[in-house]
Design a protein around this ligand. Structure first.
Ligand SMILES: *[C@@H]1O[C@H](CO)[C@@H](O)[C@H](O)[C@H]1NC(C)=O
Ligand SMILES: *[C@@H]1O[C@H](CO)[C@@H](O)[C@H](O)[C@H]1NC(C)=O
Length: 214
């Protein structure tokens, strides 16, 4: 029993001391799972060799000096398919660039696990469903562009906690309710919200939020 414990400890210590040279399993799994959900009409993902343990050599994937995945650049790549919860495993990701494709389905709430995310660009796709409230935990987020999709529901009030958010664009969707006024919402231009036929103007100061038409 004690020996077994000791051996496990030694193994765990060894695994931890070796791991910085390789991307974590959750990162590799996340990218494999992403690829499995996609249809890659023009072979953009050809270099994503499923037999390689290290994705840092793949095109459109960028790693830092510790081989941790920090960017996924698949904008304008003629890709269709859905996103799954596994994407939340890219725990060091800073840039998630999936704009101008044909992604569909819901935006996984697990993207709220990407604590280091600086930029999330999902614009010009066919995403539907609601903007996840879990995005409120993305404290490093500066750019959030979800425009030109089919998103419904209200803009989560929780997003007003994103004090670093500089750019928000949710125009050209089917959102409803009222636009929050707190935090970064004080500085977003009206264009960020246009063409959401059931979205009302900023909520009145002091008025408890009524989600008109939601
Ligand atoms: C995108 O994929 C479609 C479907 O396979 C193909 O017909 C089209 O030529 C591709 N477009 C570009 C810009 O590669
Ligand atoms: C409004 O948004 C919808 C949904 O994205 C889009 O289909 C439509 O073309 C947009 N209308 C205008 C005038 O931009």
């Amino acid at each position: 029993m004690a020996l077994h414990f000791l051996l496990s400890s030694v193994f765990i210590f060894f695994a931890i001391s070796v791991s910085p040279t390789l991307s974590s399993n959750s990162e590799v799994n996340a990218l494999h799972a992403l690829r499995a959900r996609l249809t890659d009409h023009t072979n953009v993902l050809q270099s994503w060799d499923p037999t390689l343990v290290n994705p840092c050599t793949w095109f459109h994937v960028t790693c830092d000096s510790n081989n941790r995945v920090i960017r996924l650049d698949l904008g304008n790549s003629n890709i269709s398919g859905t996103l799954g919860p596994e994407l939340g495993g890219l725990q060091h990701l800073q840039y998630l660039e999936l704009y101008m494709n044909k992604f569909e389905g819901k935006i996984p709430k697990e993207l709220g696990n990407l604590k280091n995310l600086v930029s999330m660009d999902l614009y010009d796709n066919n995403f539907e469903g609601e903007i996840p409230k879990s995005f409120a935990t993305l404290k490093s987020l500066k750019f959030l562009r979800l425009n030109n999709n089919r998103l419904t529901g209200s803009i989560p009030r929780e997003l007003s906690a994103l004090s670093n958010l500089k750019i928000l664009d949710v125009s050209n969707n089917d959102l409803c309710g009222t636009v929050p006024i707190d935090g970064p919402f004080g500085s977003f231009p009206i264009e960020s919200f246009e063409n959401n036929s059931r979205l009302n103007g900023p909520e009145l100061q002091g008025l408890v939020s009524y989600d008109f038409g939601c």
